[in-house]
Design a protein around this ligand. Structure first.
Ligand SMILES: Cc1cc2nc3c(=O)[nH]c(=O)nc-3n(C[C@H](O)[C@H](O)[C@H](O)COP(=O)(O)OP(=O)(O)OC[C@H]3O[C@@H](n4cnc5c(N)ncnc54)[C@H](O)[C@@H]3O)c2cc1C
Length: 445
C-alpha cells in the first residue's frame, strides 16, 4: 500500500505471498487479505499509522504471535495488520516492587523465565506459553491451568502503556497493587482484544516462586466421577494450582494415536492435579488428598521429581496441537460453567446429541469442548450446534468463552447471548476511545 511506504521507523510487508500467512490464527476462521503488514519500531511509526488509518479509512489489526483461537488478529476488510513482534524494549525485574516491566513483543516464556531467574513467579500459563507473545496474553486476558488458583492474566497486571486514537502512547496504572485513584483504566484494556487501542508495554505483578509441587495423575474408573471432584476439593479446603482433564474420547485418541508417553495412560478418563503450597509434598497432605480421591481413583500416581512432572505436563500441553493435526477442521470452544454445574452440563450436552469431545481446565469449569467433525458438518448445522453449546453454558450460569475471547469467531453468538446493556456499554466505550473505528474493526462488538 503506497502511503505506508513512507512510514518512519517501521518494517512494511506488502508481498502477497507474505501477507497470506497473516490471514489466519489458530482458530477455524480465515480473514481477508490485509492491505499490508506493518512492524512498528517506535512512536513515530505509531503516530504515522494512526494518522494514515484515519486519512485513508483503513483499520489497524493488532497481532502478537498469532496463536489466538478466536480469530481476533485476522484481518477484516480494508485493514493493515500491526505485527508487534519487533516492538523494542527489555524485560526488567524489580524484586523490591515485586513486579516486572516488559514490552508486548516479549515471548511469554521469556517473561516467565526472567521472573523465575529472580526467584519470582509470573503465574499466567496458557498452554501456548512457549509460543505466544506477552501482548496477545494481555489483550485476551489469557488463562491456562494455573488460573484455577492464581486467576487470569488481569490479576497480574498493574499497569499498561497503550496507543490511543490520538496517536500517542499513554500509561495507565502504577507499580503497586494499591491504586484506587478512580476506576482502573489499565484493566479496561486487559482482555479488550485490541478494540480500544494497542498495548505496547506492561507492568506485571509477581509473587515468590512456589518451592514445592505435588503433581498427580488421576485415572478414574467411571468418567463421570471426575465431575464432582473440583467442587468437593474446594469444599474440603484444597486449592489445586491446576486441575486438568481428558474425557474418555480424548483419552482414547491420545492412547491410540498419540506419542509414546500418551499410549500408556490409564483410566476411562484422566485428570492431572497439581498443588504448589508449602507442605503439599508432605505425607500428611498427600494422605488427606488420597482419602478424598481414593474412592474414585483407578490408581494414583504422584510425580516423584521434576522429570516425571514435566512428562505428565508434556502430554497435556500437546493435546490441542495433537487433536488439530488429526482433525484439522475441528472447532475448539472454551465455554465455562460454575464448578457446581459440571455434572449437569455434561448430562445436558450428551442429551443434545452434539458429537463433542472435551478436555481442559476442569478445576475452574473452563472446558475445551471440541467438535472434531466440524469440517464435515454443513455450516448451518455447525452454527446451530455451537449456539446450543453456548446457550447450555450460559443457562447454567457460565459463559461462552473462559479464556480465548470473542474475536471474529464468536462475535455473532456474543451479540445474541449478551445482555443488550452490556453490549451498549461496550459500544459506548468504543465510540469514546476510538471514534473513527480504527482499532480492530469488526471484532467482539
Ligand atoms: C496449542 C494452544 C494452546 C492454547 N492454550 C491456551 C490456554 O490454555 N489459555 C488461553 O487463554 N489461551 C490459550 N491459547 C490461545 C492463545 O494462545 C492465547 O490467547 C494467547 O494469549 C494469544 O497470544 P498471541 O500473542 O498469539 O496473540 P494473537 O493471536 O496474535 O492475538 C490475540 C488477540 O489479541 C490482540 N492483540 C495481540 N497483541 C495485541 C496488542 N499488543 N495490543 C492490543 N491487542 C493485541 C489481537 O488483535 C487478537 O485479538 C492456546 C492456543 C494454542 C494454539
Amino acid at each position: 500500500m503506497k502511503p505506508l511506504s513512507s512510514l518512519p521507523d517501521a518494517t512494511v510487508l506488502a508481498d502477497p505471498d507474505v501477507l497470506e500467512a497473516f490471514r489466519r490464527d489458530e482458530s477455524h476462521v480465515a480473514g481477508c487479505m490485509p492491505l499490508a503488514v506493518v512492524r512498528p519500531h517506535g512512536p513515530a511509526a505509531l503516530r504515522g499509522l494512526v494518522r494514515l488509518a484515519r486519512a485513508e479509512g483503513f483499520g489497524l489489526v493488532p497481532r502478537g504471535a498469532g496463536t489466538g483461537k478466536a480469530g481476533g488478529c485476522v484481518p477484516t476488510s480494508r485493514t493493515v495488520v500491526v505485527d508487534l513482534s519487533e516492538w523494542p524494549g527489555a524485560i526488567q525485574v524489580s524484586p523490591q516492587d515485586l513486579c516486572l516491566t516488559a514490552p508486548v513483543s516479549a515471548p511469554l516464556r521469556e517473561v516467565k523465565a526472567k521472573a523465575a531467574a529472580s526467584g519470582l513467579f509470573y503465574p499466567p500459563d496458557p498452554n501456548s506459553w512457549e509460543s505466544c507473545a506477552l501482548g496477545g496474553t494481555l489483550a485476551t486476558n489469557a488463562g491456562g491451568p494455573n488460573a484455577c488458583k492464581y486467576g487470569m492474566t488481569r490479576n497480574w497486571v498493574l499497569g499498561l502503556d497503550v496507543l490511543l486514537a490520538d496517536g500517542e502512547v499513554h500509561t495507565f496504572g502504577i507499580r503497586s497493587v494499591k491504586a484506587n485513584a478512580g476506576p482502573n483504566l489499565a484493566q479496561l484494556f486487559v482482555g479488550s482484544e485490541g478494540i480500544f487501542g494497542l498495548i505496547l508495554g506492561a507492568t506485571l505483578r509477581l509473587t515468590p516462586q512456589p518451592r514445592e509441587h505435588a503433581t498427580l495423575l488421576l485415572p478414574v474408573k467411571r468418567w463421570t466421577d471426575l465431575l464432582d471432584l473440583p467442587g468437593r476439593l474446594a469444599e474440603a479446603g484444597f486449592l489445586p494450582s491446576a486441575f486438568e482433564f481428558f474425557d474418555p474420547a480424548v483419552l482414547a485418541e491420545l492412547r491410540a494415536h498419540g506419542p509414546e508417553e500418551a499410549r500408556r495412560l490409564p483410566g476411562e478418563a484422566l485428570a492431572i492435579l497439581e498443588f504448589d503450597e508449602r507442605g503439599c509434598a508432605s505425607d500428611a497432605f498427600l494422605e488427606a488428598l488420597a482419602d478424598l480421591l481414593g474412592p474414585v481413583a483407578e490408581s494414583l500416581e504422584i510425580a516423584s521429581g521434576a522429570r516425571q512432572r514435566e512428562g505428565i505436563w508434556a502430554v497435556r500441553r500437546l493435546t490441542s496441537a495433537f487433536l488439530k493435526e488429526r482433525h484439522p477442521k475441528k472447532v475448539s470452544e472454551d465455554i465455562v460453567v460454575p464448578r457446581s454445574q459440571l455434572r449437569l452440563f455434561f448430562e445436558r450436552l450428551e442429551a443434545t446429541g452434539i458429537p463433542a469431545v472435551s478436555y481442559g481446565h476442569l478445576g475452574d469449569g473452563n472446558l475445551h469442548v471440541n467438535l472434531l467433525a466440524a469440517g464435515d458438518t454443513p455450516p448451518d448445522e455447525l452454527e446451530a450446534q455451537l449456539m446450543t453449546l453456548f446457550r447450555l453454558a450460559v443457562d447454567l450460569g457460565g459463559t461462552l468463552s473462559g479464556e480465548h475471547g470473542i474475536g471474529l469467531a464468536k462475535r455473532d453468538a456474543f451479540l445474541a447471548l449478551s445482555d443488550p446493556a452490556h453490549i451498549e456499554v461496550l459500544r459506548g466505550l468504543k465510540r469514546t476511545l476510538d471514534p473513527d473505528g480504527i482499532f480492530n474493526p469488526g471484532k467482539v462488538i
